[in-house]
Design a binder for this molecule. Sequence first.
Ligand SMILES: C[S@@+](CC[C@H](N)C(=O)[O-])C[C@H]1O[C@@H](n2cnc3c(N)ncnc32)[C@H](O)[C@@H]1O
Length: 337
Amino acid sequence: MSQNHPYRSFEVPSNAPFELKPSPGKGWGAFSTTKIDRGAVILKEKPLFVIRKPHEQITEEDVWTAFQHLAPSAKQHFLNLRDNACGPFTHMTKAFAENSFEVSNRTWLGASISPVHGLFLLHSRFNHSCIPNSKIPTNSDEIVTSFATRDIMAGEEITFCYNDDFECRNRHERHQALRFACNCKACLIGTPFQQLSDIRRTLIRGLNYLTHGVDVNGQRQEGPTSPIIVDRELKKAAENFCIPLSSRLIYELLVAYLLEEEGLLDDLRLERLNPTLWQITGSFHTESNASIARLAMKQKSWLEKFCMAFGLYGRADVADHVVSKGLRMLRGLSIES
Ligand SMILES: C[S@@+](CC[C@H](N)C(=O)[O-])C[C@H]1O[C@@H](n2cnc3c(N)ncnc32)[C@H](O)[C@@H]1O
């Protein structure tokens, strides 16, 4: 049956390190045809077409209008899309939603410009994993690029994580958001890894709350249901950016360690994490604190860094007040807590 499947008409570039084929239980997927090194580009892809609107505002008419402007071969490719490789889509908006990526979400003079969504025939064949081996970061141009986040062996399925906040979500929350049951290592119920994974991701969510003062959705958590931070004083301190530098360093290092254990500490994540860590380390003004922080950062493993930094636990720093003030200013809060 897969021999004359419409996806056979999708042209994978001859230099791309993967092929499209059925992926048991997941429709079709992309499988590596050679070893792909960590950090390597897997595919750069141009969209079939783009729609310059927020996702929730895209209508049947928008997709139909874009479709009408396509060349005949591109029209055929769009019509070849199948709902998870099975039947044709019932609505053009559904076909677009399932096969599109946000390609740019820019700001100009502080105002956000309407996001752009593009339809990508090949990248949309990549299936999801909560512990993926690739990443597709949002770019400022309209080309989508995937990178290997670890070495991928020939024959392995190439996957990426469909949601940005999944490092902070437990299995149940992830499956609710995905609307399908993922079967990756972090989702296989009853395994020690899965149980630890839920604990790790919950901890990461809490630690992020403590450092950013808000939950994963950018909001403060209000109300008594399943509090992320149980200690009300600590929650208030986080929301007012009164968490001392010593705790900030410890929390960030613990996040790094937990992400590594979870298999999520890839180079792109490190690019975000490292400047924050060095910024915190450079902010200590109390010399004894600064030297412990520098020593911690010199350690080889994340666990060693964390254990060394834990020596700072409970220690105040001369710079704490200034840092809190600065953070509150940046978030538009009153300078005094
Ligand atoms: C963008 S498509 C991915 C390619 C799709 N498998 C195909 O054949 O066209 C997304 C859909 O693939 C399926 N899918 C993706 N990842 C999956 C996973 N880890 N487990 C089960 N189904 C998955 C789901 O049906 C999802 O709605």
